[in-house]
Design a protein around this ligand. Structure first.
Ligand code: 5RP
Length: 215
């Protein structure tokens, strides 16, 4: 399947986030209430975004690491379809969060930051978790971390386990080709869309690159 395009709203205030939503919502498939936005403006942003984009998949990027039941109820009852749980969370948190997601016909996504293993990934799959986000962290990127062959190999192995993979972390239209041999479910772009002088044009450039490399 052709990768979807997701906008990550990492604004520190809701007004600016909504401005970006109005500019790009017709050109993306998925709208994410980013970790930064959720921290700064609260989980209410999810219901505001869902009201503005009823036909889009809305993601609540909480990067949950504990209290999965309470946080998942908040996210999914507000209208999220997907919610993130960080890979360092205990398996118990993932299982509890998934149970709430299931009750809302939603899904959880495991955010792959820092330390995780393929044994962990097999446990996630065994417990019915179907999505993960391969993430080059914002801070790691700022410190000079690029995308390596090792990243691509890990993506392939995760994909082979049956995990639907989102890829994120400073993604630009120019970097899409790096992942052309990977079975990417979603490309997540934040700053490349929201900070673009013309976000619609930027979204179109992402689409052109996706169309070029995936049938
Ligand atoms: C940060 C995130 C961001 O939403 C994600 O990395 C996309 O943002 P950008 O394209 O600006 O890097 O989850 O933790």
């Amino acid at each position: 399947m052709k990768p979807l395009l997701q906008i990550a709203l990492d604004h520190t205030d809701l007004v600016s986030a909504l401005d970006t939503v109005h500019r790009v919502k017709d050109y993306v498939d998925v709208v994410e209430c980013g970790t930064i936005l959720c921290f700064c403006e609260g989980i209410k942003t999810v219901s505001v975004i869902k009201t503005l984009c009823p036909e889009k998949i809305v993601v609540c990027d909480l990067k949950c690491c504990d209290a999965g039941e309470i946080l998942a109820k908040q996210a999914f009852s507000a209208g999220a379809k997907w919610m993130t749980v960080v890979c360092a969370a205990p398996l118990a948190t993932m299982i509890t969060t998934k149970k709430i997601a299931d009750s809302y016909q939603g899904e959880i996504q495991i955010e792959l930051f820092g330390n995780w293993t393929f044994e962990d990934a097999k446990e996630w799959v065994k417990n019915g978790i179907t999505q993960a986000i391969y993430h080059r962290g914002r801070d790691a990127q700022a410190a000079g971390q690029g995308w390596s062959q090792s990243d691509l190999d890990k993506m392939k192995r995760l994909s082979d386990l049956g995990i639907g993979l989102s890829v994120t972390g400073g993604i630009t239209p120019e970097s899409i080709s790096t992942f052309k041999d990977i079975n990417v479910k979603v490309f997540i772009a934040g700053r490349a869309l929201s900070a673009a002088a013309d976000p619609k044009k930027a979204a179109t450039q992402f689409r052109e690159q996706i169309d070029k490399y995936w049938d």
